[in-house]
Design a protein around this ligand. Structure first.
Ligand SMILES: C[S@@+](CC[C@H](N)C(=O)[O-])C[C@H]1O[C@@H](n2cnc3c(N)ncnc32)[C@H](O)[C@@H]1O
Length: 311
């Protein structure tokens, strides 16, 4: 993988918003709100690391690509201290990601499943897949990078190649899970991956960072009505909502998770765009659910689930 080119793409895209104080401010407030259930002293430190990290990131966007790169490395190692396993924030996020988040994801996805076989595409640490396996599902995993946690190492794993081919047989699974992975794929990769998902499964369950929330769905309206931050998000232009998701995704993956080696295609789509894709070419959208910026969810962006049948 050519990590330098990924960094360049990230720099070029983020540069577009360096003058947008409102966008940086919104992302900072959104990120800090995730931690409102922490103790006062923890919140103070969280406030300090996010404010410092985001400010350094923003300032570095007016400089050269090399300086941007150095600034990001500084934030990752010195501010978020990703290499220090004793830093309490790392323990805190690790515990959340490996326990609380997995249980919440499992509970949310389970009712959408048809049948017992699952293939998790963009399975990452594999912890969600392992949770399903523990609960007697037959589970397969696949990703373009292999960074499986020990708990997932015994599950079948397919390393996805540059042509997006997934080395599993036709209809190997009833369900494909694509949890926060589609926005990492450029158009060509996305199309080939959709073709592969249709080949290997009957139902595709997607979780994505979304914008452009239409008020034609009663459940969406209820979630928006309950959350002033989501109402504020909806008032930004579609382009700005996209930029907010982009900055938030970068902060989450790079600063919080230390994933500096990941491809950031930032291919977020609006809900109407997802609906169009999921109701064409042999796909049918059978359910959708808006999570929004869920409180107390430390990795939260504006999320939604889509349940899509292969017809
Ligand atoms: C934000 S992480 C989500 C990981 C996991 N699904 C979760 O929810 O914790 C995005 C994942 O998508 C993977 N990914 C990126 N491009 C991909 C592609 N073309 N095909 C499959 N996975 C991909 C990344 O390697 C990464 O593991």
């Amino acid at each position: 993988m050519n990590t330098t080119s990924y960094k360049y793409v990230n720099f070029k895209r983020l540069k577009e918003i360096h003058s947008r104080e409102d966008i940086f401010n919104f992302v900072l407030r959104m990120r800090l709100r995730n931690y409102e259930s922490c103790s006062e002293s923890e919140r103070k430190e969280i406030n300090s690391i996010f404010t410092t990290g985001i400010e350094i990131l923003r300032n570095s966007l007016t400089k050269s690509e090399e300086e941007f790169d150095e600034a990001v490395q500084f934030v990752v190692s010195k501010v978020f201290k990703k290499e220090d396993p004793t830093f309490w924030f790392n323990n805190f996020t690790h515990q959340y990601r490996s326990e609380v988040k997995i249980q919440m994801e499992y509970d949310k996805i389970k009712p959408y499943l048809v049948g017992n076989k699952i293939v998790d595409i963009g399975s990452g640490s594999g912890r969600l897949a392992a949770k399903f396996a523990e609960n007697d599902y037959e589970v397969y995993t696949a990703d373009i990078i292999d960074y499986r946690a020990d708990i997932a190492k015994d599950l079948p794993f397919a390393l996805i190649d540059d042509n997006s081919k997934i080395a599993y047989g036709d209809k190997i699974a009833d369900n494909s899970l694509v949890i926060l992975s589609f926005h990492h794929m450029d158009n060509k990769t996305f199309e080939s991956t959709i073709a592969e998902l249709k080949r290997i499964s009957n139902r595709i369950i997607v979780k994505e960072d979304v914008f452009g929330i239409p008020m034609d769905n009663k459940q969406f309206k209820e979630i928006v009505d309950l959350d002033p931050l989501l109402q504020e998000f909806c008032k930004f232009s579609l382009q700005d909502q996209f930029m907010i998701l982009m900055l938030s995704d970068y902060v989450s993956n790079v600063f919080i998770h230390g994933r500096t080696d990941m491809s950031f295609a930032f291919e977020f789509k609006s809900i109407p765009e997802w609906r169009k894709i999921f109701n064409s070419d042999g796909l049918k959208l059978v359910d959708e659910y808006l999570v929004g910026f869920k409180r107390g969810k430390f990795s939260g962006s504006c999320h939604a689930y889509f349940v899509v049948d292969v017809i």
